[in-house]
Write a protein that binds this ligand. Structure first.
Ligand SMILES: C[S@@+](CC[C@H](N)C(=O)[O-])C[C@H]1O[C@@H](n2cnc3c(N)ncnc32)[C@H](O)[C@@H]1O
Length: 195
């Protein structure tokens, strides 16, 4: 399926220019992946599925001015969100060298002016508190909140891409959490709003 049609069918509305960049990203990742083994998404169709998974939250989040993605890997969701949100300043924290090389190359090749790649573990990132912190497939919710405690404040929102364990993970977090869980197929998007 064409990416444009796929996005429309999921209710994700983006400009032509952004869709073209997403297609270019998918081609680039597909090409690099054959040599560097960056992601389990081996076909362009599988990369499109990951793009849709990354972008579906645009249908329910408040767009942040600053976004940190923890453990971006080959680009999901942080680089994909950066393409879709050119007005947001996006920081990608990723320690693995070959993934960092790809993220930096892709950001330059796609002309993304809003992206910074931090080639380190998130606990070593220094920054003003972010408006939003996202993460997919890195670690559990409690640890994600702990690891990012110095770069968040009472206004920070969190967007964690979770599976069926989300309910157990939320129960393990101490203190009051204000959150929504948005379910879509096997995916549970955990959207935490501190207040
Ligand atoms: C399973 S991959 C997931 C990649 C991507 N988020 C995705 O969903 O396709 C986990 C990634 O988290 C990174 N990672 C692990 N611990 C981290 C930490 N403390 N800070 C930042 N990234 C971390 C790893 O290097 C790896 O690329």
């Amino acid at each position: 399926m064409k990416l444009r049609v796929y996005l429309e069918s999921e209710g994700i509305s983006l400009s032509e220019e952004i869709i073209e960049k997403l297609e270019k990203f998918a081609d680039l990742l597909h090409e690099w992946n054959q040599i560097h083994n960056l992601t389990g998404a081996k076909s362009v169709a599988a990369i499109y599925d990951n793009i849709i998974d990354s972008l579906y939250p645009l249908t329910f989040i408040k767009v942040p001015a600053t976004l940190l993605d923890v453990g971006t890997g080959a680009g999901f969701p942080g680089l994909v969100l950066a393409i879709a949100l050119p007005q947001s300043e996006v920081v990608l924290a990723e320690p693995l060298k070959k993934r960092v090389s790809f993220l930096k190359y892709a950001a330059i090749d796609l002309g993304l002016k809003n992206v910074k790649v931090e080639a380190k573990r998130v606990e070593f990132v220094e920054h003003e508190p972010f408006e939003m912190i996202s993460s997919r497939a890195v670690t559990n919710t409690r640890l994600l909140l702990d690891l990012t405690s110095k770069i968040s404040d009472e206004n920070t929102e969190y967007l964690f891409y979770k599976g069926s364990r989300v309910f157990d993970e939320v129960a393990q977090v101490e203190g009051d959490l204000s959150y929504d869980i948005i379910q879509k197929n096997q995916r549970n998007y955990l959207y935490i709003k501190k207040n």
